[in-house]
Design a protein around this ligand. Structure first.
Ligand code: ADP
Ligand code: MG
Length: 730
């Protein structure tokens, strides 16, 4: 008889690469074919309709009903030409995934006949029965209506046989119930404040957009193995598993050659992504075995976020065709590198300039420095909020451990720019600059582009690093919706730029300073005030933890603590001031994030108990019985003098199995009692804390015993695919 594990392993061994279903053509010939983008709109819309939609996209101008009707009719015609029968409003509730409810275009009109219809009102607004999406109490169930409303700034697309319309999701009373609503508001705030500041340097700037280039890390596992690991299926990570003899210590996987089966999968999902207009361009192996990364060319943030959400969905669906499962979890395997989603972030003007890329003249360099320093100041002042924005039960496994950015927020700028900031800090006083000083400063600023050219400084241990022409927020989790982090970053920078503008204008008025003098003075103050957040050393080291504490930087390793920052007075005021989220909305989100945390730990805890009782202990006992029978047999045939020594090792294993299974069973029961106590607590904050500090510690102690059992129990008997089997793809 074979165990399920043996059968699954046989399946894995027999696998062949699956032929990708792609066109043999250059990407440019089919890129965006499934997007209702500029080309499709030109073809299908009237001039008036086209103008209205592009204005809505660029300037946020509202679209009137007549135009909406026309756009809907054209979208439908375009989609039908590609065989589409259904449409859906596609939105991003706070569950972290995307939601869709498909409706057919067809409408019966009597006599058993039907026509296809899609009106402006169906395009613009829908009322999904949304009572089962998390709402944090904003919307009580008797008033279960939520609305989705068209976001014309992100183009509609066809996925599968469905026309998908990106939308926001709000309650009946207008409160945000999703990720997109506050993101759009933050982009608006960023545009407003950054454009104001650009006016100091370049009057032709009338719009600033945020740009995002994410890098998606993920693991692949063969579907046959995944299907018999309940922990992976239910929680996205392995709750047990002995470390393999060969993990990533040889560092032979990073950028190694990509296995054929994996490459076929990559080609397939990249092709699907390209049809959807997602500009994925880079693929490679990551540090851990069976870990990979893909990255697109950067885009405007709202679109980049939608594309990332869509990509995760595409990957999961395409993987199934290749008999793989994609693991987007931040930490699928203990002791093996986790997955992140680096968020490369910058600002671009309508004049085509990247504001974080120093230019050729002192003036554009001063503009660069202005944005650069303001961003550092914003991160300094709102480090807590940034920390909260990346908090999740999954991400706790990375941020706490010494292999990903630490939970302490800091900014890395590189040795050269560090020197520029130090020089600037020293050289300008609170007085007016002499002409010589100004020249000297401008000269040193003028050197910035050269500095950056040969600035190969790469600090991989920093959560927030400047990388030459953008900041890279590295602490974002691989399964997260980028919106959470991006909304916070946009908002704190917008608010900071506003303060800067006010301060500079103030100095120009009160002290009659000229513009450059005023800018230099304020920047100098900011450099001083935000110094504590700048760190160039090893973020993984214990020395940094000590140093950070001295600097007054917080180190909050777990989610419940980090989420508290969301409710601080400063944060609530900031969100209100910038019109991103009201107090009530923020409170609702806080509740939702706490509940999500609690549920995740609760599920993991239950799965642990299930697996221990149904799989681990029975396997251990089965093996123990084999040994017991054998020892009994030996006793019958052997003289007593020989038997004692001959059975010694087996007796020890029999003993060890008893000891370990007893501890496991007792711990599982104790954990259940803690769960019961936690469930009885009245507030979600207290529940989350109890799950974090009283339930979760059992995970490690139970796992320790299980992994020891895996080590001693016969390989033939062990029911769960082992790390060495799951992590090696051929
Ligand atoms: P590397 O960091 O490996 O040298 P790049 O700098 O080209 O590679 O880009 C890494 C990621 O940063 C890519 O996803 C890319 O799209 C993104 N990126 C590059 N420039 C910008 C920008 N101005 N704004 C946002 N993201 C960017
Ligand atoms: Mg990177």
């Amino acid at each position: 008889m074979h165990t399920r594990r043996q059968i699954a392993m046989q399946e894995v061994i027999n696998r062949k690469p699956v032929e990708p279903r792609i066109e043999k053509a250059q990407v440019s010939t089919y890129f965006g074919k499934h997007v209702f983008g500029v080309d499709a709109m030109r073809e299908y819309l009237s001039d008036e309709g086209y103008k209205a939609v592009t204005e809505a996209m660029e300037k946020g101008v509202a679209i009137d009903r007549k135009v909406a009707d026309q756009v809907a009719a054209c979208m439908k015609a375009w989609a039908q030409s590609k065989g589409v029968t259904h449409y859906t409003h596609w939105f991003q509730p706070l569950t972290g995934t995307t939601a869709e409810k498909h409706d057919g275009f067809f409408e019966p009109f009597g006599n058993g006949r039907a026509i296809e219809r899609f009106s402006g009102s169906q395009l613009v607004q829908q009322e999904p029965d949304a009572s089962s999406f998390p709402n944090g109490g904003v919307r009580s169930t008797f008033e279960a209506r939520g609305y989705t409303a068209w976001d014309p700034t992100s183009p509609a697309f066809i996925w599968g046989e469905t026309l998908c319309i990106p939308t926001i999701f709000v309650s009946y009373t207008g409160e945000a119930l999703d990720y997109k609503t506050p993101l759009l508001k933050s982009l608006h705030a960023l545009d407003r404040e950054a454009t104001e500041v650009c006016q100091y340097f370049d009057k032709s700037v009338s719009k600033v957009i945020g740009t995002l280039g994410w890098e998606q890390e993920y693991f692949l596992i063969d579907a046959a193995l995944y299907n018999i690991r309940y922990d992976l299926q239910q929680t996205g990570r392995t709750l047990f598993g002995h470390a393999p003899a060969k993990g990533q210590q040889l560092e032979d996987h990073y950028w190694g050659s990509i296995p054929e089966r994996v490459l076929a999968f990559m080609k397939d999902f990249e092709y699907e992504s390209h049809l959807l207009g997602i500009p994925v361009r880079t693929r490679h192996n990551e540090v851990a075995p069976a870990q990979f990364e893909c990255a697109p060319v950067f885009e405007e943030i709202n679109i980049a976020v939608d594309h990332n959400q869509l990509l995760m969905d595409v990957m999961e669906k395409v993987a199934i065709r290749h008999h793989f499962r994609v693991l987007l979890h931040e930490k699928p395997y203990a002791g093996v590198n986790g997955s992140g989603k680096h968020n490369n972030w910058s600002l671009a003007t309508n004049t085509g300039k990247n504001l974080l890329s120093p230019g050729k003249t002192p003036k554009t360099n001063l503009q660069f420095l202005t944005f650069f320093i303001n961003i550092i100041k914003a991160v300094h002042d709102h480090a807590d909020l940034l920390r909260a924005s990346i908090a999740s039960a999954n991400n706790d496994h990375r941020l706490g451990a010494n292999e990903a950015p630490p939970a302490i927020m800091s900014v890395f700028v590189g040795e050269q720019l560090n020197a520029v900031l130090n020089e600037l800090e020293k050289s300008v006083g609170t007085r007016k600059l002499s002409p010589e000083e100004k020249t000297a400063l401008k000269l040193s600023i003028g050197k910035i582009p050269d500095i950056l050219l040969d600035n190969t400084d790469r600090n991989r241990t920093s959560p927030f690093a400047f990388t030459g022409n953008k900041f890279e927020f590295r602490a974002v989790g691989s399964s997260a919706n980028c919106s959470g982090a991006m909304m916070v970053l946009n908002t704190i920078v917008a608010d900071q730029l506003h303060q800067f503008k006010t301060a500079v204008d103030g100095l120009m008025h009160t002290k009659k300073l000229d513009k450059d003098d005023a800018i230099f003075q304020i920047l100098r103050q900011y450099i001083q005030q935000s110094k504590a957040i700048r760190f160039e050393g090893n973020g993984y080291s214990d020395a940094w933890k000590t140093e950070a504490q001295k600097r007054g930087l917080k180190n909050i390793p777990t989610t419940p603590g980090a989420l508290d920052f969301y409710m601080s007075k400063n944060v609530l005021a900031l969100f209100e001031r910038q019109h991103i989220l009201t107090h009530r909305e923020q409170e609702a989100r806080y509740e939702i994030f706490l509940e999500t945390y609690t549920k995740k730990i609760q599920i993991e805890s239950r799965i642990i108990a299930d697996m221990v009782n149904n799989q681990i202990i029975p396997a251990a006992i089965a093996y123990q019985k084999v040994l017991v029978d054998n020892v009994n047999g030996m006793k019958q045939i052997m003289p007593a003098s020989i038997f004692k020594t001959a059975s010694e090792i087996q007796m020890a294993v029999i003993q060890e199995i008893s000891t370990r299974t007893t501890i496991i069973q007792k711990s599982a029961e104790a954990m259940r009692q803690e769960r019961k106590k936690a469930n009885a607590l009245s507030s979600s904050r207290k529940q989350a804390e109890a799950y974090c500090t009283r339930v979760k510690p059992y995970f490690d102690s139970i796992r320790y015993q299980v992994d020891k059992l895996e080590y001693i129990v016969d390989d033939q008997t062990w029911p769960l695919p082992k790390y060495r089997e799951m992590l090696y793809l051929r």
